[in-house]
Design a protein around this ligand. Structure first.
Ligand SMILES: [Zn+2]
Length: 130
């Protein structure tokens, strides 16, 4: 179906942008919570350079609060990198496209539902049976 791939790509991009906005909003809220003018200014500056690399910027700002979201931001960067490479939303295990509904609730999901289930099984093997 023509345009189907572009359609999905646009949808996934929107999904990632939404996720990124949410992360930044959370960070901003925590900074406001600190009620520090200096942090506020630093963060405004941070917003401008956000596209140049979230983690580099966060390292520079030395914001303790950033640690809270470091893992999420790392995954965000990873997801964006994958998106640029065209491999975002593709299952790491079996290579099928992860459903958009799944990505909507789990934007950083590395694999599809069935592979996820298999992974969890191998981490937590079922009792007995073998
Ligand atoms: Zn899979």
């Amino acid at each position: 179906m023509p345009g189907k791939k572009a359609e999905r790509r646009a949808l996934l991009q929107g999904l990632l942008q939404e996720q990124k906005r949410r992360l930044w909003n959370e960070l901003r809220q925590e900074l406001f919570g600190n009620n520090s003018e200096q942090l506020h200014n630093q963060f405004d500056y941070a917003m401008d350079v956000a596209e140049q690399g979230l983690l580099d910027m966060l390292a520079d700002t030395e914001l303790k609060v950033a640690d809270i979201h470091r893992e999420e931001l790392t995954r965000m960067e990873e997801a964006e990198r994958k998106f640029q490479a065209g491999s975002y939303g593709v299952c790491e295990e079996c290579g099928t496209e992860i459903s958009e509904a799944r990505l909507a609730v789990a934007p950083f999901a590395p694999c599809c539902v069935s592979c996820q289930a298999l992974r969890e099984k191998s981490i937590y093997p079922p009792q007995a049976k073998y």
